[in-house]
Write a protein that binds this ligand. Structure first.
Ligand code: BGC
Length: 540
């Protein structure tokens, strides 16, 4: 990693002489490697793990909604028309369309709209009151939403509950990833940040398990437990967040310099924190000069960060993974699995996610982000290809193209679930965790909360799209669905290959250098360089 003077460059931007001096200094600095001394202290590990439990609530919700919407008792109570179609009381003429109900998918997707709004709003709170305040708020919203859903007696209680859960998730996802990245020593940032994703996957897995067991108990009221128990991880998250210190960057940003330095000493386990503290101060100074972070984010010099803030979450959702997360039980029932087998398959698939995320945690700071992205992309693509073929054959052989119901041979079911597990692992060690890690580490402090809000917003709107339109995509595209997502996986893998610089082992305050050294972004940013422009003008 290299010494950068990114922030000085901003301060002197108006004077050509100083700009020239600054650029020379910058070039000199670029060759001087710096290291912030830091130990992996117990305090930093516990702090990051505690904050990362915010992922549990996001994951729990992802996992719970698909299972609940495939439970007959739940459908009968809130969506009787879907129940009639699905249970063959009034059979749909097409097997692919029996779960196609916009109101049913609205149950799953409404949450992502409120998460989008909350994610955008949370940016100011995160900036002015700190990361911790946003986390506490998020947890409280989630507790309220989970309880309302568990006690729901009418559809409006379900929808309002979902909206509250969405507010919770928007706040948590906006604040937790940047909090963890700011707290973590740069060498371990990847692994510690990925604990957030690990919590997401554990949340999904636990929700899948609960759905499986609760669907069989309480006279069909088990869905209440599935939905209501989401309050437990949220409660843990609220209590945990109350106990957490705020990050040094956030404390400095709010003028609490003494507290920030004290905290830095504690989390780094050394008193030699001057270099890092100076860089945080410089970053914060640049941040204070930015009065309108949203407008500033549009500046040309932040174009690489903006592109990634939008494309990473968009592509993450268009891997098609959430089709499996939300609707695996529905998808399996569509191709002929029974209700219990569908929920069990979701549990098996769900168990692959945390295990693969652990693999990623072990590898990310060693092999880097790009390697994981490229390997994961290739693995998903190969599986999508086979998934496509196997599903196509399974559905076509069993139901025929007009969708007349039949039964699926057992070995087919095993192959389908097996391929989906390999596909899910590919996602779970690449786009899953990196989808949150990369944005949290590439934004400079002055635009960090605003840019993270964009990431959360794009993630939520894309998740909404998938959640809302999946059943009608299945109904219309039939088995072409996996080709659709396969095309996106090709595009996103090329995108990473060409445009993402390696960010492994670079301190957050030094991150601007990676763009300047990148063959494509470097040229793009150079064309913004005032010295070059001056030269060009004088030639003219
Ligand atoms: C994504 C979720 C996804 C989960 C699955 C997260 O990173 O944002 O949409 O369901 O990973 O592992």
């Amino acid at each position: 990693m290299f010494r950068s003077s990114h922030y000085n460059a901003n301060v002197f931007f108006t004077s050509p002489k100083l700009v020239a001096e600054d650029i020379i200094t910058q070039q000199k600095f670029m060759e001087v490697p710096i290291k912030y001394p830091a130990k992996l202290t117990l305090r930093v590990v516990l702090t990051c793990i505690m904050a990362a439990t915010g992922g549990l609530i996001f994951g729990y919700d992802h996992g719970v909604s698909g299972g609940v919407t495939s439970m007959d008792s739940f459908l009968k109570k809130f969506f009787p028309s879907v129940y009639e179609k699905e249970s063959n009381v009034k059979p749909s003429s097409n097997q692919y369309c029996k779960f196609n109900s916009q109101i049913l998918t609205l149950f799953t997707s409404s949450l992502y709209l409120s998460a989008l709004a909350a994610g955008l709003g949370a940016s100011s709170i995160t900036r002015m009151l700190g990361r911790r305040a946003t986390m506490i708020m998020g947890g409280i919203f989630f507790v309220a939403g989970a309880l309302l859903n568990g006690l729901a007696v009418s559809i409006w209680m379900l929808i309002v509950g979902r909206l509250l859960l969405g507010f919770g998730i928007g706040c948590a996802n906006q604040s937790v990833p940047i909090y963890v990245s700011e707290m973590a020593p740069y060498k371990y940032r990847g692994a510690l940040n990925m604990c957030f994703q690990l919590s997401i996957t554990i949340g999904i897995f636990v929700a899948n398990l609960f759905n499986y067991y609760f669907s069989k108990i309480l006279n069909g009221q088990g869905w209440r437990l599935s939905l209501g128990l989401g309050a437990v991880p949220a409660f843990i998250f609220v209590i945990g967040s109350f106990c957490l210190p705020d990050s040094p960057s956030s404390l400095v940003e709010r003028g609490l310099h003494e507290d920030a330095k004290r905290e830095l000493v504690k989390i780094r386990g050394t008193t030699e924190v001057d270099a890092e503290f100076r860089d945080i101060l410089a970053a914060s100074e640049a941040s204070q000069n930015v009065k309108h972070p949203w407008r500033t984010l549009m500046d040309r010099k932040y174009r690489p960060q903006l592109v990634f803030a939008i494309c990473i979450p968009f592509f993450q959702q268009f891997t098609g993974l959430n089709v499996i997360t939300f609707y695996a039980p529905i998808l399996f029932r569509t191709i002929g699995f029974g209700s219990g087998a569908s929920l069990m398959s979701a549990v098996i698939i769900g168990s692959f996610k945390p295990v693969s995320t652990l693999v990623s945690i072990l590898l990310v700071d060693k092999f880097g982000r790009r390697t994981l992205f490229l390997e994961g992309g290739a693995q998903m693509l190969i599986c999508q290809f086979w998934q496509q073929i196997i599903m196509t054959i399974a559905i076509a052989v069993t139901f025929g193209t007009n969708g007349n119901p039949g039964t699926l041979p057992k070995w087919y079911a095993i192959v389908v679930v097996g391929i989906i597990c390999v596909y899910v692992s590919g996602f779970a060690w690449s786009w899953g965790p990196l989808g949150w890690l990369i944005p949290s580490e590439i934004f400079p402090l002055e635009i960090r909360p605003a840019a993270q809000s964009i990431t959360v917003g794009v993630n939520m709107i894309s998740t909404f799209f998938i959640a809302q339109f999946f059943t009608s995509m299945l109904c219309h595209m039939k088995f072409g669905l996996f080709i659709f997502f396969g095309c996106f996986v090709v595009i996103m893998t090329l995108f990473i290959y060409k445009l993402l610089p390696e960010t492994k082992g670079i301190p957050l305050e030094e991150m601007s250098m990676v763009w300047q050294k990148h063959p494509i972004w470097g040229k793009f940013l150079e064309s913004d360089n005032p010295i070059q422009n001056d030269k060009m003008n004088s030639k003219c």
